[in-house]
Design a protein around this ligand. Structure first.
Ligand code: PAF
Length: 275
């Protein structure tokens, strides 16, 4: 079982005891599933020891979002990690945001649009907590899932701009047999909703074929309609963007990425793929 530490001071001491070994970090909000395990595995491939942080970060949730409902399963998470992680950092909100906390990091560039149009608070919350986690642990690498593709690009930008002490590694999305991207929020879906959710990745693949054949906007539009026809209650966006900057496409020879967010009932699902 990993050593569990709850303060930044304990985390630094625990990591110092492991040095000079190479340390990888996997920041998470817990409710660990096979997707998180694959991030830990990716970190282990490049490092001697892995630190997993488990912290449901309040600043990346808006008041109307699922902060209270977000699953908190520390004991099961520790059991799942077993020997794969040397240290779990599970701080309290007070440890991460001490009284009088007054610092927020705002990242520009890839945070513009998409998630920000619908969750304007989100990337400032993520950037602030990720900067704190990386500064606390100073790992050699930190692994983030491509499932949250815009987040991955924002974290890369953040780490470069602030020269944070970690190389940022993106790891591929893990999927269920029907292609649904693994996510802690899939647990909110009822069986009929879960069936509908499985259509998201299929519709994105169809949109990729359409996009390669012709008009990008028509591909996005057809995918939006297909999601609504499949039973999604609303579609926040389906967008084909530059894979490195998330800017609108001006040059189709550059790598492109299709990204989508849609809701079934109260559950908001996101997914993305290379075009
Ligand atoms: O992707 C997540 O689980 C979270 O956004 C992160 C990166 C752990 C920050 O709270």
């Amino acid at each position: 079982m990993p050593e569990v530490v709850t303060t930044v001071a304990e985390l630094r001491q625990a990591i110092a005891r492991l040095r000079p070994a190479r340390i990888g970090m996997v920041p998470t909000m817990g409710a660990l599933h096979a997707g998180h395990v694959s991030l830990v595995t990716a970190a282990r491939e490049q490092c001697d020891h892995v630190v997993v942080s488990i912290f449901v970060n309040p600043t990346q949730f808006a008041p109307n979002e699922d902060f209270d409902a977000y699953p908190r399963t520390l004991e099961a998470d520790l059991a799942r990690l077993g020997e794969m992680a040397a240290i779990v950092f599970a701080p309290t909100a007070r440890e991460m945001y001490p009284d009088g906390f007054a610092t927020t990091i705002t990242v520009g560039g890839p945070s513009a649009g998409l998630e920000t149009d619908f969750r304007p608070h989100f990337f400032a919350g993520v950037a602030t907590v990720v900067a704190k986690l990386l500064l606390a642990a100073s790992p050699d690498i930190a692994v983030f899932g491509e499932k949250d593709y815009q987040q991955l690009l924002v974290v890369r930008r953040l780490a470069r701009d602030l020269a944070l002490p970690a190389r940022i590694i993106g790891a591929p999305t893990l999927r269920e047999p029907d292609g649904l991207a693994l996510s802690s929020r899939n647990a909110y879906l009822s069986p009929p909703q879960r069936q509908i959710a499985g259509r998201l990745n299929v519709i994105l693949k169809e949109a990729i074929i359409r996009a390669r054949q012709g008009n990008l906007w028509a591909a996005e539009d057809a995918a939006t309609r297909a999601l609504l026809d499949s039973g999604f209650d609303s579609v926040d966006y389906v967008a084909i963007r530059d894979a490195e900057s998330l800017a609108e496409i001006h040059d189709r020879r550059r790598p492109m990425r299709i990204l989508a967010a849609a809701k079934i009932g109260k559950t908001r699902l996101i997914d993305n793929m290379a075009v």
